[in-house]
Design a binder for this molecule. Structure first.
Ligand code: SF4
Length: 919
């Protein structure tokens, strides 16, 4: 077991339970089970071997969860107007504020903005309060930003938001298409399952459709480096191909389905654009043939499809191909939307998207209103959809929304056009934020701050991407006076006058009610039915084991691998699946889709960080993978703009500017740049990508198009760069650019300044002298030209601070810096810090975190072989959690310059292999 998975935790409440607590990872939608144990007053964490999502495996983020548990940046008490308050006072203040607003301006003047980090029980009471008792549908979740397009596509095709797939389908499939997802980094355990399956079955083919060469391409037989926004044309082209080959399901053809006719017409029109989406004819044909010839196909899709101007249409184009070729309703076959957040699916179940009423009951199910009123004992049910996320903040900006409650999310950073969002928050008379942190970009605007439970303290349920409901269980004493979200919401609801409906004593009561509601007047009319749990007791809830929905009251339980739509019965009025006619509005011959003066900005996630780093920034190990916000640029684009690797770059849109580090990579497509989403003003004032993203949304789902913004780019000059290492977090700013990185036993600040190196050094020296009570540097080195400096400060036999200054970032020792405070206190070690060459120091950066294999070891192995498994054998890298296997493939791709072939000629890996054989 890696050291990082064993921690001494001060507020551990488990004392002797050897078997520990089974809970779920709080990061991605894979929903892995973890087991936390108390072993000799040290907490350990391992994957839950019995959890069907992961069977004991964890990725690097899950494996290092304990690293991220501490009580820094927590709020012990509620805060009202900047003063600590009792819970009674704070809850009264919130309830009175919302009541007054509703009385004066009506129910639509208030709103809740909630989160996929909430548990289903929290979500349920928030939705019940807003839609059932306040009488407005102004509740939307941040899941709107990641998968609401898939939700809308499901509803259009299936009549209900149903993901029909299970992870086990991967093991039964002939072809897996990974589309708009860097699965290897964003959903690593699903990726690992595919990788293992592919190693077992040589005939399992994998196609990756992504503008970039990502870590996921390592297992691809065919990588289609498609032009941004080309997916709709590609899948319409596939539908047209299936029709031309006579491969449309006979039953569908014979039914004279009008949806099919129209969908085929538009698919034929879009097929004319196939030559414009950046792929060779041969690659496209290869993909079409693979799809057509494979009996069982799983198409995994995620944010790359959903976060687009036509995200819903893109989802339906994928689903159309599966319906038309009868590749759905069979084990190993179907469209599989992978959710981003741990409980995005739970939010969808309760109705926390503003356009669903509750429990998969829609607003147009008006015949169910009386039943729902009876169930909730209310007469005040919302009758129309509320405002979607972007609309909601627009309404706040124009004064329509006068009170908002934001729960467990940070919209001041994560929404598009954050300048507008922050302006709206500043104008809103009542901003309530409940969260497990004390400071973030959004909390800065809150009149009322409510301390909520964090992961490890929370108790409830979550639903993962394969519809599997699992328990999250608490194993820590809640910090200070923090409370469960469901408790906070219920207390406010009772103070607003709804005592009987919200008088819950335990989260299991909420789960039972939610389960009962799912069965309300259902009788098979809605797939989401978990009424089997409507009488669940507290003990049964405590013992709850992971299970997929549906779980109807009347059926016996099927725990795993439930096959939906096998009977070809869907939830549309006709009970048939609907083909939706969709057409791309891009790549039209009479318009120019490519303006060479601007770049298409693609956004996404890195391997070791999660969303806004609330948790992962606390881990030195996770922070060291990518310590700074960056932009990935193709070498030819960089050369044309005189941008060098690791220099600073300005990206601008109409809305603003960000300054980030250049990462020049031949794996990036020309004309496109990529930026990760993770940096907030807490770590970097300059790196928040949402500052430059236009609030363009899909017209149906309202999901922002985070994937295809247009930006300009230029080199950004600095006078000097520095690394400042200190034991404690700083609030001071030393340059126009500054990024905080957690390192082992301290912090590293990456600084860029307009000053020349000598002046920046002096500035930092003065600061350190003050910080360390006039301590002088113990060892230092300078170059002859006065441009490069290394200073180390020792106190009481240990290193306490370090300053490294140069003209350029590439001159500074990076990667190695993560272990600065762990260096030996002997003369040899001190001399090495001063004399070692930067390249050698950087090569000491850890590549494989589990087994502590350095970059140097891996790059040495790369010189001897290009075989990933051989490199693993030689070095051990990738033999722990496996998260770095994709990184080996990225190093290989760059080393071999193979990536240029992928992009320049759109030659697929299959083609390359074929060419090699022919040669
Ligand atoms: Fe957590 Fe997702 Fe990693 Fe599983 S794959 S351990 S759920 S981050």
């Amino acid at each position: 077991m890696a050291n990082s998975s064993v921690q001494a935790i001060p507020n551990l409440i488990l004392t002797t339970a050897k078997q520990g607590v089974k809970t779920t990872c709080p990061y991605c939608g894979v929903g892995c089970g973890v087991q936390v144990r108390n072993e000799n007053e040290k907490m350990s964490l391992v994957g839950d071997a019995k959890h069907p999502a992961n069977f004991g495996k964890l990725c690097i983020k899950g494996k290092n969860l304990l690293d991220t548990i501490d009580n820094s940046n927590r709020m012990p008490m509620p805060i009202v107007n900047n003063e600590e308050a009792t819970w009674d006072n704070a809850l009264d203040y919130v309830a009175d504020g919302f009541k007054q607003c509703i009385e004066k301006y009506g129910p639509d003047s208030v709103a809740f903005y909630v989160s996929g980090q909430l548990l289903t029980e929290d979500y349920y009471v928030a939705n019940k309060l807003m839609k059932g008792f306040i009488g407005s549908a102004n509740i939307d979740t941040n899941s709107r930003l990641c998968m609401s397009s898939a939700v809308a596509a499901h509803k259009r095709a299936f009549g209900e938001d149903v993901v029909p797939m299970s992870y086990s389908d991967i093991t039964k499939s002939d072809l897996i298409v990974i589309c708009g997802s860097n699965l290897a980094w964003c959903h690593p355990i699903i990726y690992k399952r595919i990788r293992e399956e592919k190693a077992k079955r040589a005939n399992l083919k994998v196609v990756v459709i992504d503008p970039r060469y990502t870590a996921s391409c390592e297992i691809a037989d065919l990588h289609l480096a498609i032009a941004a926004g080309g997916d709709l044309v590609l899948f319409n082209g596939l539908l047209n191909y299936l029709a031309n080959q006579g491969l449309i399901e006979a039953e569908l053809l014979n039914s004279n389905d009008q949806g099919l006719t129209r969908a085929l017409e538009l698919a034929a029109i879009d097929s004319e654009k196939l030559s414009a989406i950046g792929l060779s004819q041969h690659s496209i044909l290869k993909f079409f043939e693979l799809f057509a010839e494979s009996e069982k196909v799983v198409t995994l899709f995620s944010q790359g499809i959903n976060q687009a101007e036509q995200g819903v249409d893109q989802g339906n184009a994928i689903i159309n191909c599966h319906i038309a070729s009868a590749k759905i309703g069979k084990q190993g076959s179907g469209p599989f939307s992978i959710t981003g957040q741990p409980n995005a699916m739970g939010g969808r179940e309760v109705g926390a998207l503003c356009n669903t009423l509750a429990g998969h009951i829609e607003f147009n199910d008006s015949h169910l209103y009386p039943a729902l009123e009876g169930f909730w004992h209310t007469k005040n049910i919302a009758r129309k959809p509320g405002l979607k996320a972007v609309e909601l903040f627009d309404a706040m900006d124009n004064g329509t929304i006068k009170a908002i409650w934001i729960m467990a999310t940070n919209p001041a950073l994560s929404m598009p056009d954050i300048n507008k969002v922050t302006s709206a928050l500043a104008k809103c008379p009542l901003v309530v934020v409940s969260d497990c942190v004390a400071n973030n970009d959004t909390l800065a605007f809150a009149n009322v701050k409510l301390p909520a439970h964090s992961w490890g303290e929370k108790s409830g349920t979550v639903t993962n991407s394969e519809r599997r409901i699992s328990r999250q269980r608490g194993f820590l004493t809640p910090f200070g006076h923090a409370k469960a979200d469901w408790w906070i919401i219920s207390q406010v609801a009772m103070r607003m006058g709804f005592k009987d409906a919200f008088n819950y004593q335990h989260e299991s009561e909420i789960f039972a009610e939610h389960s009962a509601l799912s069965g309300l007047a259902n009788n098979g009319s809605r797939a989401f039915d978990i009424s089997a749990f409507k009488k669940i007791t507290q003990q049964q809830y405590s013992d709850f084991t992971p299970i997929q929905w549906p779980q109807c009251d009347s059926h016996s339980k099927v725990i795993n691998d439930q096959l939906l739509f096998a009977d070809k019965q869907f939830y549309t009025p006709s009970k048939k699946a609907q083909l939706i006619a969709v057409q791309s509005n891009k790549f039209n011959s009479n318009t120019s889709d490519i303006d060479r003066a601007v770049f298409t900005l693609n956004t996404g996630r890195l391997r070791d960080h999660w969303h806004t780093q609330t948790r992962t920034a606390k881990s030195a190990l996770l922070s060291n993978h990518y310590p700074e916000p960056l932009v990935e640029i193709n070498p030819q684009d960089a050369q044309a703009l005189a941008i060098t690797d690791q220099s600073l770059v300005s990206l601008k849109s109409r809305l603003g500017e960000v300054v980030v580090r250049a990462s020049i990579s031949s794996l990036q497509k020309m004309g496109n740049v990529f930026m990760p989403i993770h940096w907030t003003s807490l770590q970097s004032a300059q790196g928040g990508v949402c500052q430059i993203i236009e609030p363009i949304v899909d017209p149906i789902s309202g999901q922002p198009a985070f994937k295809h913004s247009q930006v300009s780019m230029s080199a950004f000059a600095s006078g000097s760069e520095a690394l400042l290492l200190v034991r404690e977090r700083l609030t001071q700013q030393f340059g126009f650019y500054q990024v905080e990185q957690k390192v082992e036993q301290g912090y590293c600040y990456h600084i860029a300044s307009n000053k020349p190196p000598r002046m920046l050094l002096e500035h930092l020296q003065i600061f350190i002298k003050t910080l360390l009570d006039n301590t002088e540097p113990s060892v230092w080195a300078e170059d002859d030209k006065g441009c490069y400096y290394r200073y180390c400060y020792y106190q009481n036999g240990g290193v306490e601070a370090g300053i490294f200054v140069g003209e350029k970032k590439v001159e500074l020792p990076q990667g190695w810096i993560s272990h600065f405070f762990q260096q030996d206190n002997n003369n040899l070690a001190k001399r090495q810090v001063l004399t070692a060459n930067v390249e050698a120091m950087s090569q000491q950066k850890i590549f494989c975190q589990c087994l502590k294999i350095s970059y140097d070891q891996v790059t040495q192995a790369l010189k001897t072989t290009a075989n990933i498994d051989k490199i693993r054998e030689l070095t051990g890298a990738g033999n722990g959690c496996g998260s770095c296997i994709g990184d080996i493939s990225l190093l290989l791709a760059v080393n071999n310059h193979a990536s240029n072939l992928y992009y320049d000629a759109a030659i697929s890996r299959v083609e390359l292999k074929a060419a090699a054989l022919a040669g």
